[in-house]
Design a protein around this ligand. Sequence first.
Ligand code: GLY
Length: 556
Amino acid sequence: MKKIKYVLLVLGAYACNIPANETGLITEKAMVVSAHPLASQVGSAILKQGGNAIDAAIATQFALAVVYPVAGNIGGGGFMVIRMSDGSVNTLDFREKAPMSSSETMYLDSANNVIENLSTRGHLASGVPGSVEGMVKAYENFGTISWVELIQPAIDLALNGFPLTEREANGLNSNQKNFSTYNTLAPDFLIRDWKAGDTIRWIDLGHTLERIRDNGRAGFYEGETAALIVEEMQRGNGIMTLEDLKNYDAQWRTPIIGSYEGLKVISMSPPSSGGIALMQLLKSVEGRELGDHNSTQALHLMTEAERRVYADRATHLGDADYYNVPVEELLDSAYNMGRMSDFSTTAKTHSDSLAAGVFALAESEQTTHFSIVDPFGNAVSVTTTLNGGYGSKVVVAGAGFLMNNEMDDFSIKPGFPNYYGLVGGRANAIEPGKRMLSSMTPTILEKDNQLFMVVGTPGGSTIITSVFQTILNVLEHDMTMQQAVSAGRVHHQWKPDKIFYQEGAISKDDSLSLVKLGHELQQRGPYGKVDAILVLPDGKLEGGADPRGDDAAVGY
Ligand code: GLY
């Protein structure tokens, strides 16, 4: 692994208005890094009480559902990657599922055209939520302290209230019209002019969490909460039923495990594309000269790899319970080297001239990620989502939580770009009970058989490339965890055929050089909120909390 001194970070970070802290929080034993300081505090307190990383993850997830409603949730779904201190690995899929009366053409009109906003806003946009079942399953297998203790902090936050950050106040204010338009019973407690520091209370959500505290899974998927969800759906012409809720199941999946420069990479398998695509990207650049961080050489190589990998994603990836995903073939080193065999250092490949590999076999980007390491050496990496900011914008009346708009992550019409501009085909077509393809990439890295990094991010289609860059920033550009997280990001996803970059991420000279190679560049606002933990050579932990949000590392 080559070591190149990183010289551009400070420039890039300042240009993005991102404070360029050299190192993040350093702690001796344990850490939680999440999208909200209050949620990180809840998780860290559970660790101090003697809970393990899974206990802390459950408490953090429920706390985020209260204090970070833009993406934290009980009305959405996600993925959890667990590495215990003995090296054993488990991956949990609590991704939403299509309701049983969904169909491949449910978002198309009679002329076969996509009906605007139907898959992204309102009642028909939601998949059957998986977050609560995911937390219950994680607890049943790994929990060590009482379920009540894990949920009570979230209940207290919801019922007693907490001060809004400026970002969250702005987020709620900019969605006032959506909340009015897409709810059949307006959520009055949300609809007002919020200011930073205002106290917000989520009373109905607090009572829903009490039902989950007292009845576990049944507190959400049956009884009063399920009835409130179905009544909400019926008022808004949604299709989710009591049976859909009762039958929801989270699944333990076989992890994606690969290697990069001798490090072991552990990530999520389908229905997330994240683990496979991340491994393909790492294999595509392994052993090649990257050059300096965000230099022409690095970005040309990385985006050429990204274009090929996202072409594969569009064709081959979907819910493996419903579609024969060629996992081994896509992960094969020789296959990925072959995909890069026509890589030219002097010109870009045109996306239209590039198709997915052929085998013999028949996200606003409001997701949220948190990383946890406990004092026993266990690690958890969780990415969870409502899909868009505040999901479908529908608050379940009487139950007080936002529903996801995850159905848009299906390919609602072959070749039609979703919210993130991603295209897809058969592999990711809607089918009753199927899970929509995700880009979520909760990942854990091992070095010399020891825990090395816990990493992940929100960001829809950009999740995979942000995790890819963060890993390379540490391994190849010698950055601290915090520098790696703060550094300017660059993204390519095959189609549209453009390099997207955050302000300041690419120097003027490198932009010109990339254009000379044939690339089209487009600047976009900050994306991704990587929350990561690095194990330092002396065993201490360094947190990387993304300055693009209110993200915070807390630990001891
Ligand atoms: N909803 C974003 C993702 O799952 O990739």
